[in-house]
Write a protein that binds this ligand. Structure first.
Ligand code: SF4
Length: 165
């Protein structure tokens, strides 16, 4: 089973997904990730149910009434954020919990609602198969310049090893 982070990275960059999944752990030190962790800890001081682990498989920020809530710094990766939320909604549905999602972006001060459709469920299943295939590869998917490479935790790793294409 893929984790929420893997689903997110799958949408952001398949190379990043591979590197992260193989334990090449630049992420831990990266200041943006640290910033995200601090945000998480401060985000929901009034809610008791924070960081819920479902079946020892994936963690949710908050599960509240009909909603799963996630908080993000900015909406730069909105598509990946949405897909990750759909994945959570799908996994919850498989466990008999029918929820909607809310993603709050602190920088833009906005909240997006996410509703799971049958079409989304199919996309998630396809993504999961694709992730499995990617992780079977002996080496990472080749470097492809993306708009957010310069801000990625693996930037130096990618560009020092393979050069800027
Ligand atoms: S630097 Fe670019 S190519 Fe390398 S992992 Fe990050 S997003 Fe992917």
């Amino acid at each position: 089973m893929a984790s929420g982070v893997q689903i997110h990275y799958y949408k952001v960059c398949k190379r990043k997904l591979w590197l992260f999944s193989k334990g090449i752990g630049m992420e831990e030190e990266h200041e943006r990730v640290i910033e995200g962790k601090i945000l998480h800890e401060r985000a929901y001081p009034r809610l008791n149910e924070r960081e819920i682990l479902i079946d020892n498989e994936f963690k949710l920020d908050v599960l509240e009434d009909e909603y799963v809530r996630e908080i993000k710094v900015s909406s730069k990766m909105a598509e990946a954020d949405r897909f990750q939320m759909l994945y959570y909604l799908y996994e919850l549905k498989k466990r008999g919990m029918y929820k909607k999602g809310l993603i709050s972006y602190t920088k833009e001060r906005k909240t997006e609602e996410v509703i799971l459709t049958e079409e989304d469920e199919q996309k998630i299943e396809e993504a999961r198969k694709d992730i499995y295939q990617i992780l079977q590869r002996p080496s990472p998917p080749s470097l492809k310049r993306l708009p957010y490479c310069s801000k990625c935790a693996y930037y130096e790793f990618c560009y020092a090893l393979e050069g800027d294409e």
